[in-house]
Design a binder for this molecule. Structure first.
Ligand code: ARG
Length: 470
């Protein structure tokens, strides 16, 4: 519950004679959304007070009281008993006020040697680190369902497209593994970004550091940060890590959006390659026959908002002088929105993919139509001794002829083929079949069924060797 009244005493009220205008309170508050950071705010505060006790700025007894108070507040928040107040502006001041109310004046010692500026930067990094680790697991789950589907379609033949035109036959499993490769890069990007998220700003205080004999390495160790930020001005004003994450999220959404586009295309009546489970589709209020791929469409649509979140942060930061400015408060809703969106879309796809049914006959028929073994025929002629450019020319003429006869390449007779090149003999028909074409691409990264199976094994091994927590 968030209360709105301006009777609460603000921690910064000392310098002011007049109470804050009610509009200003509503305009400046962030608690309605930054309360999402509460757990991390408390974890950060507990580490801070432990450090202050270690360097003897507060006593052990004071530290214990404060930690107990913070733990009780966390329990209240988690059980929804905590009363949030807009008059107390943000998550930090709400928790601090509750602490003082609960344990008395000793609670006022928590904010020694610290500012909300380094506090919010710390909260945000702790929060984002946890969310990134969760996103990584969610990508893993999606990769798993794609691998399962790919394994059962290592021999399923479909037309591979360029320019949306039939190009060469491929296996459906191979196509799905292209999606997996995109998701694996998304994970690698997040891992790299995590290195720059996982650095401690606390200790920078407002901007210049603090006069207390603080031990920042100890705080970093308590909070699991790999290092401390080396410049106090940078520590409080840097939001590169949010921008980097949003860039990673944008690329990931671009991938999910491309998957969406393909699913929607495969599900059209014209293609009929796949169907999606009834539970994962919706209908039309006017056209009784409709079954629409709304989930992929929404994922494609939601990509736009994540790009918007990235643009918001880039624009937010571009005009800011060092160090902290209140503008930074506007970083949170974009970040939260992107995280919620990315997670929901990954969950959506992990649920949707296993409901997919594949119409192998339709895929095969479409592949058989588009002269997709023309490259194989050219390669055959090269083996017989023709330079590739000449072979390309000969096959172009054969395709032109086949179109005029309304025949597929494999339906042409040997004498028909031999009109175009005497290098062609009866063994040509082996390379003109779809099966022959895919089986021939039997090298690492190729579409042959054997390679699809090998690639799945390799990816599974890679995933098994990755640590659960980075
Ligand atoms: N709510 C603020 C934010 O999100 C916390 C830091 C406020 N600092 C300040 N000097 N007003 O950025």
């Amino acid at each position: 519950m968030t209360d709105s009244n301006n009777t609460e005493k603000k921690p910064w009220a000392g310098r002011f004679n007049q109470p804050t205008d009610v509009f200003v309170e509503a305009f400046t508050q962030s608690v309605s959304y930054d309360k999402r950071l509460a757990d991390y705010d408390i974890i950060g505060s507990s580490a801070h007070i432990r450090m202050l006790a270690k360097v003897e700025v507060v006593t052990k007894a004071e530290c214990e009281m404060i930690i107990q108070g913070l733990d009780a507040i966390m329990a209240d928040i988690q059980s929804d008993q905590f009363k949030w107040s807009i008059a107390l502006e943000d998550v930090h001041m709400n928790i601090e006020a509750a602490l003082v109310q609960r344990i008395g004046d000793v609670g006022k010692k928590l904010h020694t040697g610290r500012s909300r500026n380094d506090q919010i930067a710390t909260d945000l990094r702790l929060y984002l680190r946890a969310e990134m680790d969760d996103i990584r697991l969610k990508i893993n789950a999606l990769i798993q369902v794609l691998l399962t589907l790919a394994a059962s379609h290592n021999e399923t033949i479909m037309p591979g497209l360029t320019h949306l035109q039939a190009a060469q036959p491929i296996t459906f499993g191979h196509h799905l593994l292209a999606w997996v490769a995109m998701l694996q890069r998304d994970q690698a990007r997040l891992q790299d970004c995590r290195v720059r998220v996982n650095v401690l700003p606390l200790g920078a205080a407002a901007l210049a550091g603090t006069s207390y004999p603080i031990d920042r390495d100890y705080v970093a160790e308590l909070l699991g940060f790999d290092a401390v930020m080396q410049n106090s001005l940078d520590a409080v004003s840097d939001r590169d890590f949010v921008i980097e994450f949003l860039a990673c999220a944008s690329v990931m959404m671009m991938h999910l959006s491309r998957f969406s586009e393909e699913l929607i295309f495969w599900m059209t009546q014209a293609n009929g390659f796949i169907d999606l489970g009834d539970q994962w589709c919706t209908g039309s209020s006017i056209m009784p026959q409709k079954k629409n791929p709304d989930i992929p469409e929404l994922v494609r649509g939601k990509t736009a908002r994540v790009y918007g979140d990235l643009m918001a942060l880039l624009t937010l930061m571009k005009g800011q002088s060092l160090a902290y400015n209140r503008d930074n408060q506007e970083d949170k809703e974009s970040l939260f929105d992107a995280i919620d969106t990315v997670k929901a879309c990954l969950v959506a796809y992990t649920g949707l993919v296993p409901t997919m049914t594949v119409n192998k006959t339709a895929m095969y028929a479409a592949a058989a139509k588009g002269f997709v073994t023309a490259t194989d025929l050219a390669d055959y002629l090269v083996v017989q001794g023709l330079p590739f450019r000449d072979a390309h020319e000969v096959v172009g003429k054969i395709v032109h002829y086949a179109i005029s006869q309304d025949k597929a390449l494999s339906e042409l007779t040997l004498p028909e083929l031999q009109q175009f090149s005497t290098a062609i003999s009866a063994d040509v028909f082996a390379v003109l079949t779809l099966e022959g074409s895919i089986a021939a691409r039997d090298h690492a990264g190729g579409t042959a069924p054997r390679q699809v199976t090998k690639a799945i094994e390799r990816i599974k091994k890679q995933m098994a060797s990755e640590p659960e927590q980075p």
